[in-house]
Design a protein. Sequence first.
Length: 311
Amino acid sequence: MTESSAVDDPRRHSGGATPFDDLGLAVGSGEPLAAHTWLGVGGAARFFCEPVDCEALARLVRRCQELALSVRVIGGGSNVLVPDGGFPGLVVRLSAPAFCGIEVDSAGATGAVDAGAGAKLVHVVAAAVQAGLAGIETLVAVPGTIGGALVGNAGGRGGDIGDRVRRVTVMLPDGTVEEREGDRLAFGSRWSNLDDGIVVACRLELEVESPQQLTKRMQKQWIVERAEQPSGSRSVALLFKDPLGVSAESIIAQAGCRGLRVGGATVHSTHANYVAVQPGSSSNDVRGLVELVRGQVRQRLGVELTPHIEP
Ligand SMILES: Cc1cc2nc3c(=O)[nH]c(=O)nc-3n(C[C@H](O)[C@H](O)[C@H](O)COP(=O)(O)OP(=O)(O)OC[C@H]3O[C@@H](n4cnc5c(N)ncnc54)[C@H](O)[C@@H]3O)c2cc1C
C-alpha cells in the first residue's frame, strides 16, 4: 500500500465532511489501518468504507476517479504493509454479506464454487471439501480472503489458486463490472494480472471426489502447513517469495539472517521467512528489516529476493 502523490483536496468537491457525503454511504475518515492488518503497524486511511453492495462500491470508485483519488482494497490484511504515513486515498473492505457469499455447484461431472471476493479463503475451501469438490484443499492454511488470494495467486507446494480459476468479476475504476476468463486471466509466481481493478467475485472449477477422502487430506494439510507457520501470534507476515526451485526460508537461514532485527521487527527465529513484530513497532521497522535481509542475502549468497508482503 503506497503513499500516493498529493491530490487536490477532495473535501472541496461537496463542501461536506468528506467528498462522499452526497452519496448516502457511510464513509469514515482517519480510520487506523493497523487494526485491519496482521502486522498491526502503519497509519490511517484518509477515507474508509465497507460498502453494502456492488452498486455502492461503484458509486465510491466513480467518485474517486472524478477526484483522482487512489482506491485500495484491504482483504484479510495478511499480506499488506501499511506505510506509517497512512494511505491518502480511499480504502475499502468487502466485508458486507453481498461480497462474502459462497455457492457450491457439485451436480455435474465436474464442480464449481462461486465466491464473493470478501469470503475467507478457509471458508471457501471448507465449503468445497464438504461438497466433495477437490482442487483447493491444499490452500486451507493460507490466511485472508479469496480476493487477496486471487490477486497474489496464493498457493504452495500443493498448487496455486490460479490453477483453479474459471472466471473473475472485476470492477474497473469507472465503476463498470466485467467478467474475465480464458486468456484474459494470467497467474504467475505469487502474481496475477488482476491489479487493475477491484476483484468482486470469482468462479473456481473443481473436481468431484469423496468428501471423506478430501476431509482427511485437508486436515493433514492443515497440520503440515500450520507446523510451518509461526504460532501463537497474528503479528507476523511472509517476507519473501520463494525463488524458482528453492525456499526463501532456507536461503534466509543460510545467509545467517535468523534473529536479525530492526526496531521491533525481527526475522522469526524458527520460521526464517516470517517477520514478527513487537507491540509499538512501526511500518518502517518492517521495511528496514526487509532491506537488511535482502542486502545480507545478496552479499553472502548472490541471490536477489523479491518481497512477498505488499508495500
Ligand atoms: C501466517 C501466514 C501464512 C501464509 N501462508 C501463505 C501461503 O502458504 N501461501 C501464500 O501464497 N501466501 C501465504 N501468506 C500470505 C497471505 O496470506 C496471502 O498472500 C493471502 O492470499 C492474502 O490475502 P488477504 O485477503 O489477507 O490480502 P491482503 O493482505 O488484505 O491484500 C493483499 C493485496 O491484495 C489486494 N487485494 C485484496 N483483496 C482485493 C480485491 N478484492 N481486489 C483487488 N485487490 C485486492 C490488496 O490491495 C493488497 O495489495 C501467508 C501469510 C501469513 C501471515
